[in-house]
Design a protein around this ligand. Structure first.
Ligand SMILES: Nc1ncnc2c1ncn2[C@@H]1O[C@H](COP(=O)(O)OP(=O)(O)OP(=O)(O)O)[C@@H](O)[C@H]1O
Ligand SMILES: [Mg+2]
Length: 264
């Protein structure tokens, strides 16, 4: 778990009206689900909005072993005594903070039982172990994210869970916006970022065929950071785009072919 309140506003370049939608969800006490591929700005968006609203943010990276107790809390032994320790979700509810469940589909099924009363009009967190029933204050907000690309039949949100959230799909930014994001994040001049973004457009067109997922904005930022610090473009693309995307020699070769059409 990662707890965080930011004094400076993390940079976020909006793609549309997502900031207004987030504020409206917050003001109305409605949970929000963000869908989108890896590295497209979901986490950055939540960090930005939490800071903008002056809210504490509790981020939980969900994994297949994450249980309800990990979110809610548990009794721990301290010097021979058992003591109740709140989990991140309980803390967020008590404090009226924002709780962000990253890759929520990964979590164990018992998590759903906890989320349902919290994400409908009851807005309550049931703590079975202590018998407590917490009413979420107006400042509490639950945000969740998942990547539909990795979805398999076993790991899907049930309709009864999905239909408790407002939802938004995130994609990679438009070319102009992505150039601005990558230049700002890396310090590389826009003129040198533009061909990377063009390359990303071509690679994303391949995804689904040879690649599980297109190149992320995150990887473009990595590439540009290496270039800004003096690495030559071929090497930067090799370690920050080609190798992270694939293990297949023939796919690597087709990526190199694409690159040579852009860099000549
Ligand atoms: N719209 C944006 N504004 C500012 N930075 C962005 C934006 N989109 C992407 N980025 C950059 O891309 C990086 C990756 O974004 P982020 O970590 O938010 O992705 P994510 O969607 O949460 O991915 P994952 O699903 O893998 O967690 C950020 O650290 C930031 O540098
Ligand atoms: Mg993320």
């Amino acid at each position: 778990m990662n707890m965080h309140i930011s004094s400076t506003l993390p940079f976020y370049e909006p793609a549309g009206r997502e900031c207004e939608l987030f504020e409206m969800a917050f003001e109305n006490g409605l949970p929000l689900l963000l869908k989108g591929p890896t590295g497209c700005g979901k986490t950055r968006f939540v960090e930005h909005m939490a800071a903008k609203l002056g809210k504490q943010l509790y981020t939980v990276a969900c994994h297949d072993d994450l249980s309800a107790a990990d979110l809610i809390g548990r009794y721990l032994l301290k010097g021979g005594e058992t003591e109740w320790v709140d989990g991140p979700l309980t803390r967020a509810v008590r404090e009226g903070a924002i709780c962000y469940l990253d890759e929520v589909v990964e979590a164990r099924k018992d998590v759903t039982v906890v989320l349902h009363p919290l994400t409908d009009d009851r807005r309550t967190l049931m703590i079975d172990r202590t018998g407590e029933e917490l009413q979420a204050p107006p400042g509490f907000m639950l945000v969740a994210s998942y990547n539909p690309g990795y979805q398999n039949v076993l790991k899907r949100l049930k309709p009864s869970t999905r239909q408790r959230f407002l939802s938004m799909t995130f994609g990679f930014p438009e070319a102009e916006a992505e150039i601005a994001v990558v230049a700002r994040e890396s310090g590389l001049e826009k003129g040198r970022v533009a061909p990377l973004v063009r390359l990303a457009g071509h690679i994303r067109a391949l995804s689904g065929m040879d690649l599980e997922e297109g190149v992320s904005t995150r990887l473009l930022v990595y590439t540009a950071k290496l270039m800004a610090r003096g690495m030559n473009v071929d090497q930067a693309i090799q370690v920050a785009i080609i190798e992270p995307l694939t293990d297949e020699p023939d796919v690597k070769q087709s990526l190199r072919d694409l690159i040579s059409t852009i860099y000549g």
